[in-house]
Design a protein around this ligand. Sequence first.
Ligand code: ATP
Ligand code: MG
Length: 566
Amino acid sequence: MTDKSEKTEGSRPLNFIEEIVEREIRDNINNGRVHTRFPPEPNGYLHIGHAKAICLDFGMAQKYGGKCNLRFDDTNPIKEDVEYVDSIKEDIKWLGFDWEDREYYASDYFGKLFEFAVKLIKEGFAYVDDQSAEVISKQKGTPTEPGIESPYRNRSVQENLDLFYRMNEGEFPEGARVLRARVDMTSPNMHMRDPIIYRIILSPHHRTGSTWKVYPMYDFAHGQSDYFEGITNSLCTLEFEVHRPLYDWFVDHLKTDDYRPHQTEFNRLNLTYTVMSKRKLLQLVQEKRVNGWDDPRMPTLCGLRRRGFTPESIRSFVEKIGYTKVEALNDVALLEHSIREDLNKRAMRVSAVINPLKMIITNYPEGLVEEMTIENNPEDISAGERLVSFSREIYIEQDDFMEEPPAKFFRLGPGREVRLKGAYIVKCEGFKKNEVTGVIEEIYCTYDAQTRSGMPESNRKVKGTLHWVSVPHALDAEVRIYDRLFSVEEPMANKDVDFLEYLNPDSLKVLTNCKVEASLAGVKPYDLFQFQRIGYFNVDPDSTPQHLVFNRTVSLKDSWAKVKNK
Ligand code: ATP
Ligand code: MG
């Protein structure tokens, strides 16, 4: 056992779940096994909140030499779909986790769950209630007032069995009857007040067809499924804490030996400037407020992937926020910090001009092309160097030039000098302005031939360095600039305002006249780059060799790093 715990002596102290698991291993609870599960309901795409649960479920199994099952919690035939099953599997694999051959479905246990319900009826622990859901809910009382017992609570076992079987034969309409556990109508825990465990649903299920006409409620399916699979640690979010006594009540009625799963709750991931509820995300998709589940502005894993986030950056973000018992709101700037940290190490630096302004270097020979050697990544010497063509006409960014610059503007203005990255120092001698629109259309510079690398003046210092792309070598590109989807930190916080009111109207800007360096001709979807001085970008799946499309993953400015360094 000790060798298992030694592995945990890493760079950070154990979190409370690791402490619990290590104690259980030491005490040989469940024979010292660690077996977890990730239980998504296939009614939507996975989001970054699920990533927090996935990293914990699979991570604990990895850390303690155990196993983690993937279990689809498919107990509600109305909302679920195979489209979601496939996307969930793809996203878990992409995050870097593997359930091996342990892909399970709660619906696989419908037979066993039904038998267990029958056993509870026979033992007097469950009864059929003919009242409507509204009446049952009213009789539940309040946290300070006990509930009222149903007039059907003391039905005979025989009558209960007969009705339950007939419910499953499809003899009664939906809502006509339910099966309830007979627990305690006076319990201070509302979940223990004779909870509904089965309801009639006549729609077919995506896996079991029309075999069943009664379906178990989440609370009745979940713990029992854990038990059937030999799960030791059922890790879930804090809202299930109040369900735990019921979880234990069912498992205690089911178990036949010392083995039992334990539920432990941790805090959810909540992110600023977005929403995390699957229902709200579905609404954004259905109302076409975004371009699908994988819109790069969505907090879904497929959206983040399309945006250019790496699995490493998401895992590192989850590790940074950690697991506690206190609900928190996580700053999206920390997620952005994690992707910058990762891409800073691995993204090749390239030159792209997203708002082009043409510069003509009047004293540079016409027709001459020089190959400049540029390093691919200053953070990673092994990434090597490449040659980039330089010529008499180049593009720079519009905002790198000002007609009347203030003193602190270290870019270009009339009479000022800057270095062109990896090339020469140039001096602005003039510009052409459209007198009607006021737009600067071209600028004219001279270059100093002695300032290129290897020449005597190569070390001459000037205040600013600009990136550039040679006009005859440039490739056209579309660049999509994303901003936060909502303009407030917590779009759901104000109960009186519909969250859609807070959608950020500028969350997507499409720039269609961008110029990128020639080395990007062969890029593939999801390739990652740093556009020097602008940010990190990836290649969108819409991109083709004829029409390059890049997404801005994040800008270079790191507001989180600044906060940390204060
Ligand atoms: P919703 O309430 O939006 O439908 P859910 O939590 O019910 O979402 P599930 O598919 O049931 O979604 O979730 C699967 C697992 O992921 C559960 O164990 C759940 O606790 C966990 N999970 C869901 N959202 C978060 C989150 N924001 N942070 C951490 N874990 C989460
Ligand atoms: Mg759920």
